[in-house]
Unconditional design. Structure first.
Lengths: 761, 243
């Protein structure tokens, strides 16, 4: 009985901390409409800072608490709102999620830079672990009592805030209709800033309270994933109700301690089960939640993508393969291997182009499906042993099939709900996989079969062989992966232009209108998610064979998140965005950091600076991700726009091509190094449109812009232009007047330039 | 015998009654008008009929069958189509593809047809051929409303619910639109028109229902409605309506 009471109490304490974290999450979500994936990372940063002050520098605990919880917590929230969140109005869910994911990654990188991960740091309980009180035979630590009291105080405080105070009432209204709030004389921005400050404070508080309870050293990733426990709790209240969130948190806390207490210790899964519990509960709640109301496109989002024709996609696919073939003589064997690995990441990223770019749904754990496929391929797809071992085509096909089926199962509970829930479900699946499947390294017997899913923690995946095609040679692997990327990319472009692709686009733009045309949305989402999981699975198996051996860390949730982030940065609506995202997250940073490390080794007196630069690059990646809020259509979109203007300026294009050829020859003959070649080529490609504008403004700039550049006062711009029939037709169309006879058929020049007035808004 | 019928539909939002015991019928081959001040519950009634909202009580019948609990997509496949007051166009698609995708959905549902040819026919019928290849995000509101109608027609509906289709249209556009609706009704389509352009409603509709505070306060021919003292008092005020 005493044992039971003890564990119940421990469960309540854990639940209390979950509740503190979760209520902060619910608070910010409800006032700003942004689900903060960085919530756990904020808790983590705050806790590290607290450790630094109280333990590192030996400040008194009360002073450290005041500084961290009272000052840094609110400031961090307010700063996030002012710098980033405020700019996220009129963006799609995907953009909002990716921005907070980027903040999360940035905070993790930052903490690993400031506090070296291998040093052990212990945050102690308040008044020490030995300060105890005995009550009904149960021994309670003072720290635990403090947790319960703080949670109770927060519950009462939030209740008072929402029901008794004016600002609380406004907070409840903000997300529903900011304009209405403004009409009533309130400032929704100030209210949102306040709620971000409060949410951030609650996160920091939860981090400081929970770290000593969990025991062990302070660890950045573990604390960051506190957000998953928090959102599992928040799910009980549909991310809306704080009282129900508290109930959910208690259920979660109790379940976690009971699993630790009563599951047989020799059952190897029990330890992992404890960690995965939030995710399992999350799925149960997802299944039980009632269906969402269908939404229309309530907001006009800023994201815009152009769809290339299939023929153009084929041409560019061929160009890509040719470019890779041309680059191969420049590269050493190790670089070829790395490049091939990056190309397999790009294939995984294509799964995101389909799912997110075309269908508007989100998968935050693409690598998890790669892991599923890799495990299947490892167990069932290998023939031969030792050096002669090969992965078979059938093995890959089976792996891809299983990845698709698992994808369907993961997505199914969330498909009836809004996109955010699918994002949460996939992230939870990624964490679950890392915790349970990839840690299933010891053999065990189930139903008479002895096996382990991830034997010894490392899988050796041999090269693929299909008939005469043997991917043992890195060059062959690179070319094959590139050709496969190109083929899938062309396939996706063709898909986007087909009836299926139009249905996906319709669903993404307005679910309500699509349903009213007779489309079963759940079925459509289910199908596209399975297809996307299959592509991720294929890319994942290839990634594993390209690496040769893979461990759990290869499929870490943060790696998947940075792939998602960089693909969105590149341009989630474009297959070329996937190429950018895959290459950058797969190998780009490895190369850049490796280069800085090499430089540090070569010049020891500069080592400090180079190492710092390497860290800065990591944090900078996350900064780029946060920039998605400013430019939600992605980098390649801007690049395409630049080149679109160059169509009239052939000499500039020819000059660019010539310069590229010269660079290539210089690199081939060894006059310039590979790094210079890469840097100069990137520079050339990105600045060519600017050259075009400077050299041939008449051909490149639009008429309006050209006129603007001249010295005529702005109000007279264009006054000396002749009033042509073209302009007249255009004015007619802008005004919605009927088209005059004999002109302006469907093939006439588009009346509306991109970026013009959106008359429907 | 009405093709689409509501029986005692009631919808509450919290303490507010948005739709109060509404029973109306829409007949094939005719245009039925639904008018009333802003907030009278017209769009809420549409949302209930099309399945975006569940009523707190009451029934929706299509061709005599109870469809109250069917999801929107099933109702659409049974022949219910609508347009939206706040436009719900697919902004990443061209005008043609906005219309075409409705055919794509039907095809995926097992209906065999030449979607491309059908799209061209509907674009021609609705007078959209000249802007078919433009981005839908750039066209004026008046024509965007016609795109919504064209998209709805592409599903070969039996009942068409139009939510303020003429707002934002020029006079010329409204005339063409009125001819289109008359033609569609003559072909046997049951049309329900929610519209604030009263002269247009009076000209097109054979029956008009007037909603106020969620309840039907008058039903009848345009003439009866114009002469109804309740309607004049509650909705139109002191001004006389001219047809």
């Amino acid at each position: 009985m005493t044992t039971f009471l003890t564990f119940t109490l421990l469960g309540l304490v854990l639940g209390a901390v979950y509740a503190i974290a979760a209520s902060g999450l619910v608070l910010t979500y409800n006032t700003s409409g942004i689900f903060n994936f960085a919530h756990g990372a904020q808790a983590m940063l705050g806790t590290f800072l607290y450790w630094q002050l109280a333990h590192g520098w030996g400040w008194p605990v009360w002073l450290a608490l005041i500084v961290v919880v009272g000052v840094v917590g609110p400031l961090m929230g307010a700063a996030l709102h002012a710098v980033i969140m405020k700019g996220l109005r009129d963006t799609a869910d995907v953009t909002r999620i990716v921005v907070t994911v980027a903040i999360m990654l940035g905070m993790v990188f930052l903490s690993q830079w400031l506090w070296h991960p291998e040093e052990a740091r212990v945050v102690e309980m308040f008044f020490g672990a030995n300060a105890k009180v005995e009550f009904l035979g149960v021994v309670v630590r003072v720290h635990e009592i403090i947790c319960l009291l703080v949670a109770a105080a927060i519950a009462v405080g939030l209740r008072m805030l929402f029901t008794r105070s004016r600002v609380g009432l406004v907070m409840r209204g903000t997300v529903d209709d900011p304009d209405l709030i403004r009409l009533n004389g309130h400032n929704p921005d100030r209210v949102a800033a306040l709620s971000w400050a409060m949410g951030s404070t609650l996160a920091v508080l939860a981090g400081i309270l929970i770290t000593p309870i969990g025991g062990g050293a302070l660890e950045a990733n573990a604390l960051t994933l506190l957000v998953i426990d928090a959102f599992a709790a928040a799910m009980f209240g549909r991310l809306r109700s704080i009282p129900r969130t508290f109930v959910g948190a208690m259920v979660l806390g109790l379940a976690a301690t009971y699993v630790t207490a009563y599951f047989p210790t020799d059952w190897t899964w029990a330890g992992n089960l404890r960690v995965s519990l939030p995710m399992i509960i999350l799925f149960v709640v997802l299944v039980l939640l009632p269906q969402d109301r269908l939404r229309g496109a309530a907001i006009r989002t800023r994201e815009r993508y152009r769809v290339p024709t299939v023929r153009r996609a084929v041409v560019w696919g061929a160009v890509l393969v040719a470019a890779v073939v041309l680059l191969m003589p420049l590269m050493e064997d190790t670089s070829i291997t790395t490049f091939g690995l990056g190309m397999t990441f790009a294939i995984i990223a294509l799964s995101l182009t389909l799912l997110t770019g075309y269908a508007g749904e989100l998968n935050l754990a693409p690598l998890a499906f790669g892991a599923v496929a890799t495990i299947v391929a490892f167990h069932f797809g290998i023939t031969g042993t030792g050096l002669a071992a090969r992965l078979t085509l059938w093995g890959i096909l089976l792996a891809v099939l299983v990845a698709a089926v698992v994808g369907g199962l993961v997505a199914l509970p969330a498909l009836r709900l809004r996109g955010l829930y699918l994002a949460l479900a996939t992230m939870a699946f990624g964490v679950f996989l890392s915790n349970m499947v990839l840690r299933d390294t010891v053999e065990h017997t189930l139903f008479g079969v002895t096996f382990s899913l991830f034997p010894n923690g490392t899988l050796i995946v041999p090269p693929l062989q299909i008939g005469p095609l043997d991917l043992r040679d890195p060059g062959t692997l690179l070319i094959t992966a590139t050709a496969l990327f190109a083929a899938i990319a062309v396939g996706l472009v063709a898909l986007r232009g087909s009836g299926y692709g139009r249905r996906l686009a319709a669903m993404k733009d307005s679910p309500a209108a699509t349903a009213m045309l007779g489309q079963d949305l759940v079925r459509l989402k289910f199908g596209v998610f399975m297809l996307s999981a299959a592509i991720a699975g294929l890319g994942g198996v290839l990634m594993s064979t390209a690496s040769g051996s893979v461990a759990g860390e290869n499929f870490a949730i943060t790696a998947g998140l940075s792939l998602v982030m960089l693909t969105v940065v590149g341009g989630i609506g474009y297959v070329s965005g996937a190429l950018f995202g895959g290459l950058m997250s797969g190998v780009g940073f490895v190369i850049i950091i490796g280069t800085f490390n090499d430089l540090a080794m070569a010049t020891p007196e500069m080592a400090g600076i180079y190492k710092t630069l390497g860290q800065v690059v990591l944090v900078a990646t996350a900064l780029i991700g946060m920039g998605v809020g400013k430019n939600p259509s992605g980098l390649v979109h801007d690049l395409f726009d630049g080149y679109r203007t160059l169509r009239g300026a052939r000499p500039v294009l020819a000059g660019g091509a010539a310069a590229g050829a010269v660079l290539y020859l210089l690199a081939l003959t060894g006059v310039i190094g590979n790094w210079w070649f890469a840097i100069l080529t990137v520079l050339l490609v990105t600045t060519l449109p600017a050259f075009g504008r400077a050299l041939m403004p008449r051909a490149v700039l639009s008429e309006e812009e050209f006129a603007r550049r001249r010295t005529v006062p702005p109000e007279l711009a264009g006054i000396d232009e002749p009033y042509t029939d073209d302009l007249r037709d255009r004015l007619d169309r802008e005004l919605g007047l009927p088209v005059r006879e004999g002109r302006g058929g469907p093939r006439a020049r588009p009346a509306v330039e991109e970026g013009d007035v959106h008359a429907i808004a | 015998m009405p093709l689409l019928e509501t029986r005692g539909i009631t919808v509450r939002f919290g303490g507010n009654i948005a739709v109060d015991e509404v029973s109306v019928g829409i007949e094939p081959g005719r245009i039925t008008g639904l008018i009333g001040p802003n907030g009278a519950g017209k769009t809420t009634l549409f949302n209930t009929v099309t399945g975006l909202l569940r009523p707190d009580s009451g029934q929706v019948l299509l061709d005599g069958a109870d469809i109250t609990r069917l999801p929107p997509a099933r109702r659409a496949r049974l022949g219910l189509a609508r347009t939206f007051q706040r436009l719900e166009l697919f902004l990443s698609l061209s005008v043609r593809d906005n219309v075409r995708v409705a055919g794509d959905i039907r095809r995926a549902g097992g209906h065999r047809a030449d979607v491309g040819k059908e799209t061209d026919r509907v674009l021609e019928l609705t007078g959209l051929s000249d802007i078919a290849d433009l981005d839908v995000s750039g066209i004026p509101t008046g024509r965007a409303r016609v795109v919504e109608v064209a998209r709805a027609l592409m599903t070969s509906p039996r009942v068409l619910l139009l939510d303020e289709p003429a707002s934002g249209q020029t006079e010329a556009e409204t005339d063409a639109f009125a001819r289109l609706l008359t033609g569609l009704a003559a072909d046997g389509l049951a049309i329900c028109l929610v519209e604030h352009d009263l002269p247009l409603v009076m000209r097109l509709c054979s029956t008009i229902h007037v909603l106020d505070y969620g309840a039907v306060i008058a039903s009848g021919t345009p003439r009866e409605i114009q002469e109804s003292p309740e309607v004049i008092a509650a909705y139109i005020g002191t001004e006389e309506v001219s047809a």
